[in-house]
Design a protein around this ligand. Structure first.
Ligand code: GLY
Length: 374
């Protein structure tokens, strides 16, 4: 397989080079008919493009990527210092693959300080009284103050690494409280996941699961399940808590069991399967990173190891041979979906799909494990 991965990475690097020219100071988000919509560093996804460029540099050591990655990271610094568009749980998505990556790759002290600053900003959404990171809306908002989201598992590495960088355990304590509540309330008894969950913010009582982008409140939105597989594996890495490893494995097995024959997920595991069903390749790219992360901790002779390894290799093969874009196209991985239920980029390039496709390729080819793993 290694030749397949190498070729796929080389092809991706060419596209990233073209996109550096194409996007300039703007940031790609999602696309329509193959054309990325761009923003001025205002969206929750802007860190992924920067992370793609850092990965391109790490693999190739080509200065074109280094210069661009430094420039884009400087733009993320401006946003952080101006405190613009940061009133969200997505701070880890924004700063782990940007200032966090720069710190990891270049040991740049300012990047380290900015990463801690980003973690401080995320801590402003921590509700110690409930043990949650509030997903959306103004802090303690009457409607949204008690709502959490499975995607936020991927913002926890920012908090875990802030504790490691500063020696202050408060970040890790907050992350553990959130992960424990996510495990208890977002992961269901059959190992599937709710996309979001509400608590009564006055009493702390758990209320109900609800979807945001999934097929139905009780359905399993594929990307949410993938965030869980990778997020819990990373939480295990940072804490050594075997419960988190077990949760990652359980959610991974659910994901694998519900895959179609080609091993690339549909957008929701409960959406009716007919000729119109959309895939979400980004969910499979995220899950592939989660499977790879899980394999580091499973016993190689176990059945679980074999199951996860086989799923990882089969889904990578399909993504590379059937979902990777053509040479002149903008994205790296086609057929991702942002929100099928809202008909918002239901089947096209999405920048986090590009990021996790690249991370998965680099994991397979070079054992580089992305920026969430530190
Ligand atoms: N975090 C939002 C999404 O995955 O679409």
């Amino acid at each position: 397989m290694t030749e397949l991965y190498k070729r796929a990475i080389e092809e991706a690097l060419e596209k990233v080079k073209m996109n550096i020219e194409r996007f300039g100071r703007a940031f790609p988000h999602t696309s329509t008919e193959g054309v990325y919509s761009l923003n001025d560093n205002t969206d929750w996804t802007d860190g992924f493009w920067v992370g793609v460029i850092w990965q391109a540099y790490e693999y190739s050591k080509d200065d074109v990527f280094l210069i661009a990655a430094r420039e884009k990271t400087a733009q993320m610094k401006e946003r952080l210092l101006a405190d613009k568009h940061l009133d969200t749980h997505d701070i880890g998505f924004l700063y782990t693959p940007t200032t966090g990556a720069k710190w990891q790759i270049e040991q740049d002290k300012e990047a380290k300080e900015l990463t801690v600053k980003a973690a401080n900003r995320l801590m402003e959404r921590y509700r110690e009284d409930l043990g949650i990171i509030q997903a959306w809306g103004p802090f303690k908002d009457p409607a949204l103050g008690g709502r959490i989201i499975i995607d936020c598992m991927m913002n926890m590495p920012l908090l875990f690494s802030a504790s490691a960088l500063t020696g202050d355990v408060k970040y890790k304590k907050a992350a553990v409280a959130f992960v424990d509540n996510a495990r208890k309330y977002l992961v269901r008894g059959d190992d599937s996941t709710y996309h979001t969950f509400y608590f009564d913010q006055n009493t702390g009582q758990p209320e109900r699961g609800a979807t945001h982008q999934g097929y139905a409140d009780g359905s399993t939105w594929t990307r949410g399940q993938a965030w869980a597989v990778l997020g819990f594996a990373l939480a295990y890495h940072y804490t050594g808590n075997p419960d988190y490893l077990e949760t990652s494995l359980r959610t991974a097995k659910y994901f694998i069991k519900h895959l179609p024959d080609n091993y690339v997920a549909h957008w929701d595991f409960d959406a009716p399967i007919d000729e119109h069903i959309k895939p979400d390749s980004s969910a499979s790219a995220i899950a592939a990173c989660g499977f790879h992360e899980l394999l580091q901790s499973l016993e190689p002779s176990s059945k679980d190891y074999q199951l996860v390894k086989e799923a990882l290799e089969k889904s990578m093969k399909t993504m590379i041979t059937e979902y990777a874009s053509k040479p002149d196209e903008q994205g790296l991985l086609d057929h991702g979906s942002y929100s099928v239920r809202d008909n918002n980029s239901p089947d096209d390039f999405v920048i986090w799909g590009d990021y996790f496709y690249m991370e998965a390729l680099l994991r397979m080819e070079k054992d580089l494990r992305g920026y969430w793993y530190n």
